[in-house]
Design a protein around this ligand. Structure first.
Ligand SMILES: [Ca+2]
Length: 462
């Protein structure tokens, strides 16, 4: 995300995401169900300033995406401060923290009855602590991520969901103006169409992460939101389950996002995103996208052919042109003709000149509000296309490349800086780093595609 977009995109990230744009995705565990890169539906995370800051710091970059446990958006603060103490479940400090927190919650208007029910039997969630500490240690490339995001089974399950819920999706589309395949694709990535919604007790997980402190303020804010939901009666504390970092239900809303965007679509008086029936969750997701400016009928992006000799300096999110203007520069659809006029678009080359190129539109930015990782956005968009019958991405990826580790990204940034191309050494490949890479490439006669590859690092090492 890049600094510029960070503020905007911040909304969706929830727990921690880190998200760097695209080339690699790190994850702490195999992609089981959700595939969101660990950023949390930001939007879903709400407009919390702390999140915005975390996101801003997280997203400088271009080359790697941190996926979380379930490749789900989970905003990650960054891999640097992953060190953590391991506390045991009987930690007396945690009990004291809960007591103090309850006073703060009561002062904020949460009823004692809700607090009693919410904290009954709550213990430190060591699983959440462990995952929080480990989540960004593994790295996955964009192409590996996309292979999973749009696997044959995820595509066929998505098509089945489209048929099974066609009536509901008709109503949701009519009400919110959000194309159904995107709602279904988010559902597919977030919880494998509801089959992996998470079984962590949300209050215990959030309390643990708030107590642990590394991102205490963020999680306390989410915990407070969770208690408001309980206070309102939408769900019982025992049924408020989700992922270890607080994302809940079919489309993994963080509590603050739920408060801001969830809807009661079936009219039973409760905004229920937790139960087997996905009605409210799918409508809430559409409401979320609508609220962030979804343009009906506009694709997230389309794969394009770049002309020989294309000036890669133009492949920059900050540069937008109409499809007709791009066509004049030789950028056309896979059929060789100008891309239809979907509005202004920019060119994205997530793996540099050796991989696929896309013309992305405003809806790309809207999906970004759900999770800022470029890999996630491309994953949602591509899965949506596949669900509607589209084919695989046409161009190949540099599959021989592996993802840079965090230490290697930092080393790359240090070496670029030392070579006269300033890049903050934070391990996050964002606009600043991409610009530094381009500067170095340009000065050395390389294609200035901004791709932070291992080959570039090797070259910098001399
Ligand atoms: Ca309902």
């Amino acid at each position: 995300m890049r600094a510029v977009r960070a503020a905007r995109g911040a909304a969706i990230l929830a727990a921690g995401a880190f998200f760097a744009p695209l080339t690699t995705v790190a994850q702490a565990a195999p992609l089981v169900a959700s595939i969101a890169p660990q950023g949390r539906p930001a939007g879903l995370g709400g407009g919390d300033a702390a999140v915005a800051a975390a996101v801003a710091s997280a997203r400088d970059g271009g080359s790697s995406v941190i996926l979380s446990v379930s490749p789900r958006p989970f905003a990650r603060p960054g891999e640097r401060d992953m060190v953590m103490k391991v506390a045991d479940t009987a930690d007396p400090g945690f009990a004291r923290w809960i007591t103090a927190f309850r006073h703060r919650a009561e002062a904020r208007g949460i009823s004692r009855r809700t607090l009693d029910a919410a904290f009954a039997g709550v213990q430190l969630d060591t699983d959440a602590l462990r995952r929080d500490a480990n989540q960004s240690e593994f790295t996955k490339t964009l192409w590996d991520y996309l292979d999973s995001a749009a696997s044959d089974s995820r595509v066929s399950s998505g098509r089945a969901a489209l048929r099974r819920y066609s009536g509901l999706l008709d109503q949701i589309e009519a009400r919110y103006g959000v194309d159904r395949q995107y709602v279904v694709a988010i559902w597919g990535l977030e919880s494998a169409y509801g089959t992996h919604r998470g079984s962590s007790h949300i209050v215990a997980s959030l309390a643990t992460l708030a107590y642990e402190g590394r991102r205490g303020r963020f999680f306390e804010n989410e915990l407070m939101a969770a208690l408001r939901i309980l206070d309102h009666g939408d769900v019982r504390a025992a049924d408020m389950t989700g992922s270890w970092a607080g994302a809940m239900g079919h489309t993994q809303f963080m509590p603050t996002s739920y408060l801001a965007y969830a809807v009661d679509f079936n009219g039973d008086g409760r905004r229920d995103i937790w139960s087997d029936d996905p009605t409210d969750a799918l409508a809430s997701t559409a409401a979320y996208l609508a609220r962030h400016g979804w343009t009906r009928g506009q694709p997230w992006g389309v794969e394009v052919n770049l002309p020989r000799g294309f000036d890669y300096a133009l492949a920059d999110r900050r540069i937008t042109r109409s499809p007709a203007e791009w066509a004049r520069l030789g950028v056309v659809g896979l059929n060789g003709r100008a891309v239809p006029n979907y509005g202004a678009g920019s060119i994205l080359v997530p793996a540099g000149a050796q991989g696929a190129a896309f013309m992305i539109f405003h809806n790309f930015d809207v999906i970004e509000r759900y999770n800022t990782a470029d890999a996630y956005i491309i994953g949602v968009g591509h899965l949506a296309d596949r669900i509607m019958g589209g084919g695989p991405i046409h161009h190949s990826w540099p599959r021989g490349d592996r993802a840079l580790s965090f230490a290697e990204r930092v080393e790359l940034q240090r070496r670029l800086t030392a070579a006269g191309y300033p890049a903050r050494a934070d391990g996050l490949i964002g606009p600043l780093t991409i610009d530094a890479v381009r500067g170095y490439q340009r000065a050395h006669g390389l294609i200035p595609d901004g791709y932070a590859s291992l080959a570039l690092l090797t070259r910098l090492r001399g």
